[in-house]
Design a protein around this ligand. Structure first.
Ligand SMILES: C[S@@+](CC[C@H](N)C(=O)[O-])C[C@H]1O[C@@H](n2cnc3c(N)ncnc32)[C@H](O)[C@@H]1O
Length: 230
């Protein structure tokens, strides 16, 4: 169901500017510096913070996953990118309540040709319950289409990971085939039933995941590591 646009959304978002990165294009190569505003102090490349692992959730929704990851891992830096301002607003409200020092958000709808990150800048990318775009003519919009996968390969450091969770079997098969076709990624974990697998214990729940579990749907999970440099 399409959500109605929240009135005066721009100014509502700006009220939470301490959790918002407004100019993602200009952060390429220096994303870690953005986190100094979160009270972590100097974040240049020579400071301990400047070497912290940097993780992205693309399509972070209402932020439950990324905020929980940030709280479990205070040494990591967590970025949530979300294409819907209405939805992002909910994430910012959640961030305001939880007050993480190491999570930031961006109002941005990422296209497959976008390059918001420098080569090897990211340590991990999370794709949780990405829109499956089942029609063939929408393939380019899938967050695991070849254009996006090439971008992730460029942005991830050696050993960095791509994590995928989805209830959609067709999207999962498509994503898996895309990963297997790439020589710079190796699939290191995979299950078609995450919540009845060894990976369940470490799992961080997302909003959509909770909904699908309540409907007794199986959750697919895949973890791939970058194994070669360009
Ligand atoms: C199905 S929801 C899943 C939200 C959350 N990850 C979860 O698991 O609860 C997918 C979200 O991804 C966002 N999204 C889809 N494509 C995107 C893109 N290219 N760039 C940024 N956000 C995107 C949508 O606006 C939506 O909020």
């Amino acid at each position: 169901m399409r959500q109605r646009k929240i009135k005066d959304i721009e100014s509502k978002l700006s009220a939470y500017s301490r959790f918002l990165v407004a100019d993602p294009a200009s952060r390429r190569g220096v994303w870690r510096n953005a986190f100094s505003c979160a009270g972590t102090g100097d974040a240049n490349a020579n400071s301990p913070r400047g070497r912290s692992p940097l993780y992205l959730e693309l399509g972070c929704g209402k932020g439950q996953f990324i905020i929980e990851c940030a709280s479990r891992d205070p040494n990591g830096l967590y970025l949530g990118f979300e294409g819907s301002e209405n939805v992002l607003y909910r994430a910012l409200l959640r961030a305001d309540a939880a007050d993480p020092a190491n999570a930031l958000f961006c109002s941005v709808y990422v296209l497959d040709r976008d390059a918001y990150f420098a080569e090897a800048e990211l340590s991990g990318i999370y794709l949780n319950f990405s829109d499956p775009w089942p029609k063939a003519r929408h393939e380019k919009r899938r967050l695991t289409s070849p254009g996006y996968l090439a971008g992730y390969g460029h942005a991830l450091e050696y050993g960095g990971f791509l994590h995928i969770k989805t209830d959609d079997d067709d999207f999962f098969a498509y994503s898996r085939a895309g990963m297997e076709a790439l020589s710079d990624f190796e699939i290191v974990a995979r299950t078609e039933d995450l919540h009845r697998s060894v990976y369940a214990r470490e799992n961080v729940m997302t909003e959509y995941e909770r909904k699908f579990l309540n409907l007794n749907r199986r959750i697919n999970y895949l973890l791939a590591r970058k194994v070669s440099v360009e």
